[in-house]
Design a protein around this ligand. Structure first.
Ligand code: TRP
Length: 478
């Protein structure tokens, strides 16, 4: 069985792929902008606590579930009972939806990368639009489609290569490269006058956001918890899928510590590149999602002669981060279909499966690509325009603002926390945390801190997830 499904070539390769999945737009874009909107240090502190008591624990649960059953998102649940297949289905559906909008964003990142490359070569990369490039690009449907398709093709190509020869091979080169480029950008930014305010925003204790009636403690908790699940690729079985290709020899507990640690470090590093850069050039970091495109373009434009080069490097590293994540999202679908085919006793064709799923995802993502992110009057109407109502309103994005937010609400907002909640109850109360312990000990390493692990899985994880779900539903109806 194991042979035609494939396996990671080495633990290092697995780690690079898993960290690659975790490190993505969520770290480099979501983390700084959510921190910018949710009180800086207060957000950071809650985020770190959640990573330790929820992230690490759920990561271990997912990896162990995958390795124990040798199956991806859906197959792992089926291995226990048909009753729980719906949880796996929610996971596959989330991955499907997330990849559709993720690739649109990935395409936009590529477009900025190429724009800065053209600038570097002395050409006008911004098509005569200068700082208004973002507003222009959203309505440039041909360009949007082209880069969306290009990003998807790159993703498909890597996944077609398989676990070891595709995903692992790419990640093992791309991830170290990303790390060093990010380090370089951080150092360069540190020398910009005025950068210090950015560090102060991140690291100076300040809890004033808790008394802000629009956000408050629960607002920060919800934002941090949602961000944590997304950033660690948890809650929809991505790590079940990656774990299912891991050898029984490897130390799961250690891996489940390294991945969140590296992911958090890169999120912090991204903050240390973006926040001080914004501070140095007087760009507001509380601007929300526009941060990655509008604000950062302004930053690089003001950096002087070196700005185009740093801009290119920055978007190149965001591109790497996005691809190593999108391949993990597509792999969820591919593995799902491979397992399904094998369960019927047939030989799966990875290339064909990957291509068909990617095409379907591409079609589903078309409205996201063509609605100008809800700016109005675009080729495809945004949900609020179709419904003839007011767009979602101030503050965080609302589900009806644009197709991206609708897909995001369904997947990241509802299916993922719900799936993660059911999974934590199953592992904590139904299948028993001992199942996880036994799977970890298959490698011959004794399990450390089992009592703590059990308390987290049985109580802390479900409580946090209930809060997240409740807050999402209130947002939806509120
Ligand atoms: N973690 C990635 C990021 O931070 C995105 C991602 C990849 C993801 N796979 C996932 C999110 C699975 C949720 C579930 O950008």
């Amino acid at each position: 069985m194991e042979n035609n499904r494939g396996q990671w070539g080495s633990n290092f390769g697995f780690l690079m792929a898993a960290i690659g999945s975790a490190v993505g737009l969520g770290n480099i874009w979501g983390f700084p902008y959510k921190m910018g909107k949710s009180g800086g240090f207060a957000f950071l502190l809650i985020y770190l606590i959640l990573v330790v008591f929820v992230g690490v624990v759920v990561m271990l649960g997912e990896l162990a579930l995958g390795r124990k059953t040798g199956k991806g998102t859906m197959g792992a649940y089926l291995a226990f009972s048909k009753k729980y297949a719906f949880v796996g289905f929610m996971g596959v559906a989330s991955g499907f939806l997330i990849l559709s909008f993720y690739s649109v964003l990935g395409g936009m990142v590529m477009r900025y990368m190429i724009a800065f490359l053209l600038q570097l070569l002395g050409l006008d990369g911004f098509a005569g639009q200068g700082g208004g490039f973002f507003g222009f690009l959203l309505y440039d449907y041909g360009g949007m489609l082209f880069f969306y398709a290009l990003f998807m093709i790159i993703t498909v190509y890597i996944v077609m290569g398989g676990i070891e020869k595709g995903i692992e091979k790419f990640s093992a080169v791309a991830m170290p490269a990303l790390f060093f480029i990010l380090l370089f950008v951080i150092v360069y930014v540190a020398f910009q006058p005025g950068a210090a305010d950015g560090y102060a925003f991140m690291f100076k204790p300040d809890f004033s956001v808790f008394t802000n009636p629009e956000i408050g403690f629960f607002g920060v908790l919800k934002a941090a918890a949602g961000q944590m699940f997304f950033s660690l690729s948890l809650g929809m079985g991505c790590m079940i899928t990656y774990g299912s290709y891991l050898s029984k020899k490897e130390n799961l507990q250690k891996n489940a510590l390294i991945i969140p640690f590296a992911d958090t470090m890169v999120a912090l590093m991204a903050g240390m590149a973006v926040m001080p850069a914004c501070a140095a050039f007087g760009v507001d970091y509380g601007r929300g999602p526009g941060l990655l495109f509008v604000s950062m373009q302004t930053v690089f434009a003001n950096m002087g002669s070196f700005g185009n080069f740093i801009g290119f490097l920055f978007y190149f590293l965001v591109f790497i981060a996005a691809v190593t994540s999108s391949i993990s999202l597509l792999e969820v679908s591919t593995t799902f279909e491979i397992d399904r085919t094998m369960a019927k006793g047939k030989e799966p064709n990875r290339k064909k499966i990957t291509l068909i799923y990617a095409l379907a995802i591409f079609v589903v993502g078309l409205p996201v690509c063509l609605d100008a992110l809800g700016s109005g009057g675009a080729a495809v109407k945004a949900p609020f325009e179709i419904l003839g109502i007011e767009a979602g309103g101030a503050g965080f994005a609302m589900w009806n603002d644009c197709w991206l937010d609708l897909y995001d609400m369904i997947s990241e907002g509802v299916l993922m926390p719900l799936g993660a909640l059911v999974m934590s109850v199953l592992i904590g109360w139904v299948w028993n945390t001992k199942t996880i312990k036994e799977e970890c000990e298959e490698s011959g390493h004794a399990f450390t801190g089992f009592k703590m692990f059990e308390v987290c899985y049985k109580f802390i994880v479900p409580v946090v997830l209930v809060i997240v779900l409740y807050a999402q539903i209130m947002d939806f109806f509120g």
